[in-house]
Ligand binder design. Structure first.
Ligand code: PAF
Length: 294
């Protein structure tokens, strides 16, 4: 595995591969890698001649300074992890740019109209977040001209936003959404899990338990009943199962949406495919997760 910090060197390397007819897979990350990221990298290594893993904590997608400061940074361990994956000689590039290298020009005036998929759930709650994601992903697409790009479905809305970005930019990239990887107790793997105290970590699997029960309930209950039940169940979990230190869930939203338009639905039959997306606070950490209903 080779580590590259210069944007020009990255483009030189990926363009040379593409001239030889090689496929290039891109796995954008912000580091703090876990098994979820590694599943994306493994898949990209299986499907492409050359794989670029970017490790860059993108400051412009954080709408909250404290969240940016607290974001875990574990570059040495990350590099070791991806270097240890089975790969051919010269197949894997780790791109670890500085902020100046990533953004040689100011990005303040760059605004994408990402459409209705960006206007729900995370969109209004994290102003500027998806625009910041779109800017960094576009830059990575420009630099690497990937054949395929890999994103985890835990950030289900982000995948829809990238699809919308691709329609705007016209990059001929195959978007490859990859399934959520969960811990044995069901918690969706996330870099933010590292910030959970032991007590909060023990409580966190209730999120997926609740979502899984909601999927069963969706067989016989209507959308709104299921939606409110999920919010109520998590909000009152600490009353049913008292937690040390008064730990409790504070759901920010749980929406049942069309899996393509991401607009909320009120009847199951309103969408061909539907998913439930949740953001919930636990002990000062914001966790997100999703399940498929239909
Ligand atoms: O999902 C993430 O980790 C980030 O939003 C991404 C896609 C790497 C852009 O910074």
């Amino acid at each position: 595995m080779q580590q590259i910090t210069s944007a020009a060197a990255l483009t030189e390397r990926t363009a040379a591969s593409k001239r030889q007819g090689c496929t290039v897979g891109l796995v954008p990350t912000m580091g703090a890698l876990h098994e979820g990221h590694l599943s994306l990298v493994r898949r990209a290594l299986d499907e492409n001649d050359l794989v670029v893993v970017s490790l860059f904590v993108n400051p412009i997608q954080f709408n909250n300074r404290e969240d940016l400061e607290k974001y875990p940074r574990t570059l040495d361990a990350d590099l070791k992890l991806i270097a240890s994956l089975p790969q051919r000689d010269g197949q894997l590039l780790a791109f670890t740019p500085s902020v100046a290298e990533m953004y040689p020009e100011p990005t303040d005036g760059v605004v994408y109209d990402l459409g209705p998929v960006a206007d729900v759930m995370e969109g209004p709650r994290r102003p500027g977040h998806f625009n910041g994601v779109a800017i960094v992903v576009r830059r990575l697409f420009d630099l690497t001209q990937p054949t395929r790009a890999y994103f985890g479905e835990k950030d289900f809305q982000q995948v829809a936003v990238i699809r919308s970005l691709l329609r705007i930019t016209g990059h001929p990239v195959e978007l490859v959404p990859c399934p959520i990887v969960r811990a044995a107790d069901g918690l969706a793997l996330s870099s933010r899990n590292a910030r959970l105290s032991a007590e909060a970590r023990a409580m966190a699997p209730m999120i997926y338990d609740t979502l899984s029960q909601a999927v069963e309930m969706s067989e016989y209950e209507d959308v709104d009943t299921v939606r409110l039940w999920v919010l109520d169940t998590l909000s009152s979990a600490h009353e049913v199962f008292p937690q040390p230190g008064g730990l409790h869930f504070e759901p920010e939203y749980f929406e049942v949406v069309d899996d393509t338009t991401l607009q909320p639905i009120s009847r199951w039959r309103d969408a061909k495919g539907s998913v439930g997306c949740i953001a919930v606070w636990l002990d000062g950490v914001r966790l997100i997760d999703m399940v498929r209903f239909r």
